[in-house]
Design a protein around this ligand. Structure first.
Ligand code: 13P
Ligand code: SF4
Length: 312
């Protein structure tokens, strides 16, 4: 183990701290973490830990969710500017305006939202439980689903609901190239296509498995006899997939070319802002602490806890 990893683990032990990392984190961060998971698993883990300090290696809304669930613990994030284009696509003031114009609607918000948006929400969902939670709502409920229109339209198509959709999306998942995916399917005719539901419908129509990062990883684990997997999500997940099935051929789909200049990068630059050095620094100095005002937190915890209950 490198010196910095030893120093990070040593700090965790001395301070009774744990490191929670999302699957899109840099591989070296995943390797040093106590726990790696999708958004739902990170929230569950935060809710049940007895550590004094939680370092959330993910984007800001993930650390904020942990803080809301553990108001008495110190929650840190290696880079506090690690945001999320999807969360940014729904401002609390815009949602408040929509809500007051539609008082009869149930607000279902993806976990990729700010604490202030969650405070206006009836129930939070992640990509792991969105179908189950929407199905649990009364059949005649009028629902606004936000902010991800791709996930929302996928949920509509599976559940038969006609939820109103907020017009937001993730810049990483909405730029995967359909042409590249079709070409890869031709090149690897036996491949299974694994796609995150934040992808556009045209991509999801070509998928064999649609699900959260955890669900896609589980699919690879469950199918060790399968050789080729075409993966349509952020490439950080490939690290755990490779570890789980070293013999598998994991083929990431590139994004669309922009103005003739293509790149094979399908990384979320926000997720990649966290580095081992920043992680070490924030643990050592206990800086970049997440603060959520009590007024927002006491409202935001209600739909998050509702989600955790409904996902059991
Ligand atoms: P998961 O909950 O599936 O890990 O997704 C989080 C995310 O931000 C996807 O872009
Ligand atoms: Fe947000 Fe997209 Fe990055 Fe996920 S991949 S954290 S939705 S910007």
């Amino acid at each position: 183990m490198d010196n910095i990893n030893v120093a990070i683990r040593d700090l965790c032990k001395r301070k009774n701290a744990i490191i929670l990392a999302h699957y899109y984190q840099r591989p070296e961060i995943q390797e040093v973490a106590d726990f790696i998971g999708d958004s739902l698993a990170l929230a569950h883990q935060a809710a049940k830990t007895d550590a004094d300090i939680l370092v959330v290696c993910g984007v800001h809304f993930m650390a904020e969710t942990a803080k809301i669930l553990c108001p008495d613990k110190k929650v840190l994030i290696p880079d506090p500017t690690a945001g999320c284009s999807l969360a940014d696509s729904c401002k609390a003031e815009d949602l408040a305006e929509w809500k007051s114009a539609h008082p009869d609607h149930t607000i279902v918000s993806y976990v990729n939202t700010s604490a202030a948006v969650k405070a206006l929400t009836d129930v939070v969902v992640t990509s792991s439980n969105a179908l189950k939670i929407v199905n649990s709502l009364p059949k005649d409920a009028k629902i606004l689903f936000g902010p991800d229109k791709n996930l929302g339209s996928y949920v509509n198509s599976v559940t038969g609901r006609q939820m109103d959709l907020w017009n937001g999306c993730c810049h990483v998942h909405s730029r995967f190239s359909v042409e590249a995916l079709l070409a890869l399917k031709q090149q690897y005719p036996n491949a299974k296509v694994l796609a995150h539901p934040e992808c556009k419908q045209v991509i999801l129509n070509l998928a064999d498995e649609i699900g959260s990062t955890q669900a896609l990883l589980n699919y690879v684990r469950r199918n060790p006899e399968q050789h080729d997997f075409i993966v349509v999500t952020e490439s950080g997940i490939l690290h755990e997939m490779r570890k789980a099935c070293p013999q598998a051929n994991l083929i990431p789909v590139p994004p669309e070319m922009t103005e003739g200049v293509g790149c094979s990068c399908n990384e979320c630059e926000y997720m990649r802002q966290n580095t081992l050095e920043k992680l070490y620094d924030c643990l050592l100095h206990e800086n970049n602490e997440i603060v959520v005002s009590a007024q927002i937190a006491e409202k935001a915890v209600v739909p998050i806890e509702r989600m955790l209950d409904l996902s059991k």
